[in-house]
Ligand binder design. Structure first.
Ligand SMILES: [Mg+2]
Length: 419
């Protein structure tokens, strides 16, 4: 029996604002927010605790923030700096454990199971890390501790953030008392749409879901949401119970100028567009998922291909600037497909490569999304979370991305790959 894991989810409080406050000691005792001071209708991206106390909220408008807090110092965002500080924090975490997984620009998972012998209890280690990060960057860390990623995450979101010491442990001994008594919308990945479904089903607290036998919950979900809801039902039921076997995966962030993925192919098998599109889509799905995991969106999509028929060789590398930054699979898939079709010389393909560049932080941008794109992001993030837990085969993306008839045919061509 392997010993129970100890996982941290560490969140940087008011991340951008904290970075700016550290960079501007002259504002130490002033309320500080990050936003565009020249655009009164622009959005406040982050506010320091002092500003929040005065009523400034993230995602409010600049003029609204100034109305409640006239002496607010508003600093223009410097994304590259926030990315640099985020990386610095990753490096600090890596001095405590080699298993560090950035989840977004200001949240990272750590598996510290192997570090506890050296650093004492999980709480002592958490305190140690908080101190190091604060001294090096000025950012105050909130640490959620749990035996699984899903419990660590829910510990941070619901409890650590509200505590003065910023540390909370959620495990199977206190889950019933702490997590199950919370309203259902406090559960991870439950947005307003799912909350509504659960309300209609008479499920008001997280415990209402957790206490139900899985088979009953699946049946209720099917009645409400249709036959396709089984995997979602399982996901939410496990989330309520804190079950999550997915490991903390140390990811290589590279130079952060791009998120890319490529594949070398057996050219004899990739002569037809219909076959090539399958690989193209796989690459897009992977690039988008990585980008979302890192908390990025990109504006420029690049497609590169090497072509050969054994005698002649050709190839191309072309990029396209999208109207707005994105990490939505269907948006990038259609751009990549167009780039490919417009530039392919028609020879069999021996290599295909995709990258997303001109990256920006997606949390900034999501505050300004219109409803339909925000909903698309919700769905993709839920899909990501399900894949993280059950593996990539859990949800077949292709059918929703491509026109249905062709998709079915293509899925068959992939054969066991997606199964
Ligand atoms: Mg944060």
């Amino acid at each position: 029996m392997p010993r129970e894991r100890t996982i941290f989810l560490i969140d940087g409080q008011s991340f951008y604002a904290s970075v700016e406050k550290a960079a501007h000691p002259e504002y130490r005792n002033k309320p500080v927010a990050v936003g565009d001071p020249e655009r009164r209708s622009g959005i406040i991206l982050a506010a320091c605790p002092m500003a929040k106390e005065k009523g400034v909220t993230t995602a409010s408008r600049v003029f609204e923030a100034l109305a409640v807090c006239p002496d607010l110092v508003i600093i223009r965002p410097r994304m590259q700096r926030y990315i640099t500080v985020s990386l610095l924090i990753t490096e600090i975490f890596e001095s405590f454990t080699d298993q560090v997984e950035p989840y977004s620009i200001d949240e990272q998972f750590l598996d510290v199971t192997g570090s506890l012998d050296h650093y004492g209890t999980a709480e002592e280690l958490a305190y140690n890390i908080q101190t190091r990060v604060q001294l090096s960057t000025g950012v105050w860390s909130r640490v959620g501790i749990g035996p699984t990623k899903i419990l660590a995450k829910q510990a941070t979101d619901n409890f650590s953030k509200k505590r003065p010491d910023g540390i909370f442990r959620l495990d199977y001994d206190n889950i019933e008392r702490e997590l199950w008594t919370l309203p259902v919308h406090k559960m991870f990945m439950v947005g307003s749409r799912m909350t509504q479904h659960f309300m209609y089903m008479g499920l008001n607290t997280i415990g209402d879901i957790a206490r139900m036998p899985l088979a009953d919950f699946k049946r209720r979900m099917r009645q409400r949401m249709g036959k396709q809801s089984d995997i979602q039902a399982e996901y939410y039921w496990q989330t309520a119970r804190g079950i999550d076997p997915s490991p903390v995966v140390a990811s290589i962030r590279g130079d952060l100028k791009s998120v890319s993925h490529g594949k070398t192919l057996r050219a004899s098998l990739y002569r037809k567009l219909v076959d090539i599109e399958v690989v193209l889509l796989e690459l897009v799905v992977e690039v988008c998922r990585r980008a979302r995991r890192l908390g990025y969106q990109g504006r420029v999509i690049f497609v590169g291909a090497a072509e050969t028929d054994g005698q002649r060789s050709s190839g191309f590398g072309r990029q396209m600037t999208l109207p707005q930054p994105t990490s939505l699979t269907h948006e990038i898939a259609s751009a990549a497909r167009k780039l490919f079709i417009d530039n392919w010389h028609g020879l069999p393909l021996s290599h295909l490569y995709i990258s997303l560049t001109q990256l920006s932080d997606d949390s900034t941008y999501q505050l300004t999304l219109f409803d339909d794109r925000a909903a698309a992001y919700d769905i993709e993030r839920t899909t990501d979370a399900i894949k993280d837990r059950y593996g990539s085969g859990a949800i077949m993306r292709a059918s929703s991305l491509l026109s249905s008839g062709v998709a079915r045919e293509r899925t068959e061509q992939i054969g066991g790959h997606y199964k």
